[in-house]
Design a protein around this ligand. Sequence first.
Ligand code: NAD
Length: 251
Amino acid sequence: MQNLKNKTVVITGGASGIGFATAKELTEKKAKVIITGRQKDSVEKASKEIGAIGIVSDQSDLIQIESLVKNIAAQFEKIDALFINAGIAAFAPVSAISEEHYDTIMDINFKGALFTLQKFMPLLNDGASVIFLSSINAHNAMENTAVYAASKAALNALAKVAAIELAPRGIRVNTVSPGPVNTPLWGKVGMNEEQLSQTAALIQSKVPLKKFGSSEEIAKTVVFLTSDDSSYTTGAEFIVDGGFNLNTLVG
Ligand code: NAD
């Protein structure tokens, strides 16, 4: 892995799960890392633990995105990588999707991601790397995930267009799409303990590698995309899912 020592990297939703594991690995590789999150306590605790800078900012709020950008511009002027990771999952069958369910998911996962990229564009150094955290749900149908899946499919489309538009500045835009990963996200989807463990067992049985991924396993791919080792990679989607998307017919 090439040296990440001089890289300044912003990670949204970096206080837990995949964002935190990525921030940790990047600080260990001597990058300067700024993590964001909505809750002051968890952002402060996480940033202190790994020697990152923590800034409270809600990805669904354009005013907060703008002040985040101003704050980072004042401290660092420019950044080398932007990992747009913050996201939520909530499940509902199509018949029960409310406007609130739709708005809450889309505002964070898609609208917020889009405007985070847009507002950070002036701060991205030429040759910078942008990574979106999507999901295999963008491709594969799973009951009760219509809005979540649509939010991630929209991200994939955005990433490809942005890759073309930012290529003249040498800025690369890629997407990482995990399968099931063992993170706090699952505790917030609205299932009780029993439903969660049944769902986890079912998912696990269908993953060829027979396990959930860890945040660290996803972080490795993000760190690769952050580094200059991926200098010829743009507009790509990296599926990191233990083979889940293969949809094995027998076995
Ligand atoms: P997580 O809940 O641990 O991490 C998400 C982080 O984003 C949390 O720290 C949360 O506080 C933060 N966040 C949520 N809304 C925010 C907002 N409005 N503004 C700022 N921060 C906000 O879960 P995770 O699994 O690490 O999720 C990270 C990303 O991975 C999400 O985009 C999620 O959709 C995606 N993903 C997760 C899985 C999985 O199985 N865990 C699979 C595929 C994709």
